[in-house]
Design a protein around this ligand. Sequence first.
Ligand code: NAD
Length: 365
Amino acid sequence: MNIKNEVSEIGPYKIVQIFFPVSGFRAVVVVDNIALGPSIGGVRVSQSVTLEEIKRLAGTMTLKNAIAGLPHGGGKAGIMVDPKDPQKEHCFRIFAQAIKDLNEYIPGPDMGSNEECMAWVYDEIGRAVGLPAEEGGLPLDRLGATGFGVAECAEVACHYAAMQLKGAKVAIQGFGSVGKKAAHFLAGKGALIVAVSDTRGCISDLYGIDVKKLTEVKDSTGSVINYRPGTVKKTEELFSEQCDILVPAANPDVIHKGNAGDIRAKLIIQGANIPATREAEELLHRKGILSIPDFIANAGGVIMAAMEHAGKTGEEAFDTISERIKKNTALILEKTFEENILPRQAAEAIARERVLTAMSYKRVL
Ligand code: NAD
């Protein structure tokens, strides 16, 4: 792993690398900032995850938690194993023991991990969020906290992009926890889901895809490409689909200068974390495409996690997600238009101000 000694005025505060030479087990935790409280952030499980990626994601969590008004700083972890590894439970239990005394970090689910993984961590160290309902948790993926927030965000953002969500054509990249629930809640608000991709391909139907049926097909066959009717295309063709709203809900940096010019949507709601490069966001802005940054649009999951941590109910969590995401979407878009800046610049300025103010009250940070 390469460690670049890049720090901002906010973080990272602590980087912990875990390596057991005999088994070859590797993991990393980045606690970006704790001025607002102990950090919360997901545990990403992937053989290819890097420290650099975890650092960027942890930094985003600081901004996400701050702008959502949560009493938490930002953190993130990566476990470098295949998410389908048969020894996954063992890996999580080792990981949990290794971070036992790192009280500044509260693990949650992320790509490659879920509520079951959090239950293993909780069983080991009594510290995790996104737990199964049986363990007193609010299972945020099953409830669809992030997808719900994406749809709430889209409703407000449509107003600023001079269109109606009802009847808007939506393309979604990735049909996992976020993509499925975003499709469900967007369709519930009257949007037409016209294209969905996963790693094996893209299914497209301009007359609208039945989300319930697509979910059943994905769950039973493993891919959206087995859905009918519709046209099967290559995965990457999703980005050039004819649509009004694009929701990236898979990997980082999938929108870059090489494909940003092909995007035909008027509005992008970033369901995934850091799905677009800085260069791409600038290019989209110049093209007049409104792109709502990840840490505003996909905050539903962490808001629910923080509500679980505070002992609140699912109903209270959904109300809070709706209220905060709608308010923040309007707040950053007002600033965007007033100051003629990118939505991300507007959002970062507001979030950073909150973190820096909290830091100014601390003696040692
Ligand atoms: P997931 O693993 O459940 O689903 C990911 C989906 O993306 C899968 O359907 C996979 O097939 C697909 N995919 C992967 N690479 C792809 C590619 N190149 N093209 C098209 N599809 C591809 O993950 P998730 O929990 O839905 O998370 C997705 C993104 O949202 C991640 O960036 C994650 O960090 C972010 N996020 C998730 C949550 C949450 O609550 N789960 C909260 C905030 C942010």
